[in-house]
Structure formats: structure tokens, C-alpha cells
Design a protein around this ligand. Structure first.
Ligand code: FAD
Length: 386
């Protein structure tokens, strides 16, 4: 008798309150109906499902810990999104966990009044613009994009790269260096302002539903009222990245749950040598390795959620979770890809999409190497990268 409905082998979900389990069930049903059957097609066509924005908003699961839900619930929502489609999980994290969260964390009352309710309901969308053409991993060492004060405005010049949602969003959380003091500044930048030009990044082999952009800023005038007064150093960006890195750990969990479920179903259905391939010992061992990776990742993330509940999860712990879970994810999706044989390279079979998307997750929110070095610094007291 097969035991598994899904891959939550240690029943981590039982740590949710009853109302959270009900809400997670609603999210799951929404994704099963509105996302799962269509995502491979959107992925092939590099198309973002803009028609889902308002229904997504109506689900009401953005920045859930601001509304009384637990960190475990927040993480499991991200895992569930990633299980259905990693690009949509990415969209959701950029918009809610970086843009909307920055309004909560750094905004004035007037800024929250002006932007928050539309953004929370997904009537408007936001992006997080930190990476630059010449500054990826070393972005904390110095931003090339500058802001110069001019009366009650700032004049912004520079460029940003890889900005998710950057082709269609209404606003950017833009990071720039003060031309005068070199302090880090954060702005809510309206994409319709004169001097903003956005070009879609083509030819991606991963997260093809995410619309990444190169953004050029030429003498863009932003009102002082749209500067975040709560941002004055890179430590403020790190504050956001600490929790979004944890969410990327959950995303790696979701990817592994998807890979395991697809592989398990395929192993039971596909026959070779006159029997299901699931009956071969090597195949069972591969499924168990995938399940072990997913379970270890999920248990680590659930523990991080407990620490977050106490306000005690630090950057090194977030970096370890991101690095560890994304490395396990990479192993798991490769095993799953191979288990499907030739069908493992077809995007309409889902596994190839999961396999490809994992590569971007391994790289963004700090590459595997950079997150390892953050942990390395914490355990040795020596920084290898600054
Ligand atoms: P580089 O920094 O050039 O790194 C190249 C290689 O060198 C990597 O393997 C890296 O680990 C390694 N390396 C660099 N320095 C060291 C070192 N000191 N020691 C050892 N190895 C090192 N950014 C945003 O601001 N907003 C977004 O919305 C956003 N979305 C993204 C979506 C996708 C799909 C992708 C791929 C990226 C996104 N990014 C975004 C950017 C992302 O955060 C960067 O790609 C990432 O930080 C790495 O920077 P890089 O690509 O410039 O690589």
C-alpha cells in the first residue's frame, strides 16, 4: 500500500492553526484550477498571466504575518506557489515580500496611505530594483545608480538589471547612492516618469514566466515625498533580504515537492522490462533520496519559521537555509529529470520546467557561493568577500 498523498513526510503542515490550514487549502485549490494546468504553456510562451493579478489579490495571502498569520503559514504559502509554478512564486515574493513589505517597514504614513491598499490588493504592482549591470554579488560595495537632491526632488541616473516584474509594474523600490554623501537611498519610483526606459530580458532558460527587465534611468525626477525616510544604508536592504532569503528557502522546498510528486507518479505509471519502473530498487532509492532532500529542507525551514516567530532568525541562518535548500533542490530536480527518461526534457511534462527553474533559484537572492560566504564569515569570523 502506497502511503503518500503528498511529500510532506513529517507532516510539517500540522503545525498550522486550523484557520491557516483552511486558508492554505484555498490557495492549493486556486493553484490547482487556475495555475497548474496552464503554467507549462505560459512558460513556453514566456507569458505572464496578468489576468490572475486581481484574483490572486482576492486570495488575501500577501504579507500574511502583517495580518496575524504565522511565519510557518507564510513559508508554506510560498512552497505551495512554487510547487505549482516557481515563476509565480517569484512574482509573489518580489511584489509582496519586497515591494509591499518595504512600504510597511520603511514608508511614511502618507506613503502607506497613497500606495498600500492598491498594492496589497494587486491593483498595482511593484518591483525591487537593486542589481545593476556592473554590480551583482558585490552590490553592497557600491551602487552605480545615483540620486542628487534638487530642491524638493531627486534626480536619478543609472541602470538596473534583472528586475523581475520590471516590464509591467507600476512602481519600483529603487536603490541608489546619494551623489553627495554616498549614503544608500531608497525611492518609490513611478515607472511612467520621464526618463525611465525598460527592456525585457529575452532568451531565458529559467523562470520564463517572470518578466525580467533592464532598466535605464536618465535624469528621472522623483519627489522627496517618494523617498523612503527609513532607508539610509545597505543594512536596510539586508533587513528585507534576510526574510526574503528565507522565503527562497521555502521556494526550494516547493520545487522539491513538485519534483518528487511528478517523479513518484511517473515511476508508478511507466513500465519497462514488463513492470513499473517504481519496482526497481535503484528507482526506489532515487525517490527516497529526493524525499529525504525535500524533507530535510522543509524541516530546516520550519525551524527557521519558529525562530522568526521569536524575531530571532539572523542573516547567517537565513543564508544557510537559502544555500542548503537550493543545493538540495538542485540534486532533487536532477534526479527527477533523469527518472522521467526522455520525457524528462519535455516542458509540457512539468519536470523539465521544474529542473530549469531551479537554476535561477540557485542564483538569485544571493548566489549559492555568496550565501555560503555569509555563513562562512559567521562561523570563522573572517570575511572572504569584503
Ligand atoms: P555575479 O555577481 O557576476 O557572479 C558570477 C559568479 O561569480 C557567481 O557564481 C557568483 O557566485 C560568483 N562570485 C561572485 N563573487 C564571488 C566571491 N566573492 N566568491 C566566490 N564566488 C563569487 N535582482 C534584483 O535587484 N531584483 C530582482 O527582481 C531580481 N530578479 C532576478 C531574477 C532572476 C531570474 C535572476 C537570474 C536574477 C535576478 N536578480 C534580481 C539578480 C540576482 O540577484 C543576481 O543575478 C545575483 O545577485 C548574482 O549577480 P550576477 O548575476 O551579477 O552574478
Amino acid at each position: 500500500e502506497a502511503r503518500l498523498p503528498g511529500a510532506d513526510f513529517l507532516d510539517i503542515e500540522s503545525g498550522l492553526a486550523p484557520h491557516e490550514r483552511r486558508k492554505l487549502g484555498q490557495v492549493r485549490a486556486f493553484l490547482a484550477e487556475r495555475v497548474l494546468p496552464h503554467a507549462p504553456d505560459w512558460w513556453d510562451r514566456e507569458e505572464f498571466p496578468a489576468h490572475l493579478l486581481v484574483p490572486f489579490g482576492e486570495l488575501g495571502v500577501g504579507t500574511p504575518t502583517r495580518r496575524g498569520y504565522s511565519h510557518l503559514f507564510h513559508g508554506l504559502v510560498i512552497a505551495e506557489l512554487a510547487r505549482a509554478d516557481a515563476s509565480l512564486a517569484t512574482f509573489f515574493m518580489i511584489h509582496h515580500d519586497l515591494f509591499v513589505e518595504s512600504l510597511h517597514a520603511f514608508g511614511t504614513d502618507a506613503q502607506r496611505e497613497r500606495y498600500l491598499s492598491d498594492a496589497a490588493a494587486l491593483r498595482t504592482t511593484g518591483a525591487f530594483a537593486l542589481t545593476e549591470p556592473d554590480h551583482g554579488s558585490d552590490v553592497a560595495r557600491g551602487l552605480g545608480t545615483t540620486a542628487r537632491r534638487d530642491g524638493d526632488h531627486w534626480v536619478i541616473n543609472g541602470g538596473k538589471r534583472w528586475i523581475g516584474n520590471g516590464t509591467f509594474c507600476d512602481h519600483l523600490l529603487l536603490w541608489a547612492a546619494d551623489e553627495h554623501t554616498r549614503q544608500v537611498r531608497g525611492f518609490i519610483l513611478d515607472m511612467s516618469l520621464p526618463g525611465v526606459a525598460s527592456t525585457r530580458i529575452e532568451h531565458k532558460t529559467a523562470l520564463r514566466i517572470v518578466q525580467n527587465a533592464d532598466i535605464v534611468l536618465e535624469d528621472v525626477r522623483v519627489a522627496e515625498a517618494d523617498r523612503f525616510p527609513g532607508i539610509d544604508s545597505f543594512a536596510d536592504a539586508n533587513e528585507l533580504l534576510r526574510s526574503s532569503r528565507i522565503m527562497v528557502g521555502w521556494e526550494a522546498v516547493g520545487q522539491q515537492l513538485a519534483a518528487f510528486e511528478i517523479a513518484r507518479a511517473y515511476a508508478l505509471e511507466r513500465e519497462q522490462f514488463g513492470r513499473p519502473i517504481a519496482s526497481f530498487q535503484l528507482i526506489q532509492q532515487q525517490l527516497v533520496q529526493m524525499l529525504g532532500n525535500a524533507t530535510a529542507s522543509m524541516a530546516m525551514m520550519a525551524r527557521l519559521a519558529q525562530l522568526q516567530e521569536r524575531g530571532a532568525a539572523d542573516m547567517a541562518q537565513a543564508a544557510l537555509a537559502k544555500a542548503y535548500c537550493s543545493a538540495r533542490m538542485r540534486e532533487s530536480v536532477a534526479l527527477g529529470r533523469a527518472l522521467l527518461g526522455g520525457n524528462g526534457i519535455l516542458t509540457d511534462r512539468r519536470m523539465a520546467k521544474v529542473f530549469a527553474d531551479a537554476e535561477a533559484i540557485y542564483t538569485y537572492e544571493g548566489t549559492y557561493e555568496i550565501n555560503s560566504l555569509i555563513v562562512g564569515r559567521a562561523v570563522t569570523g573572517i570575511s572572504a568577500f569584503s
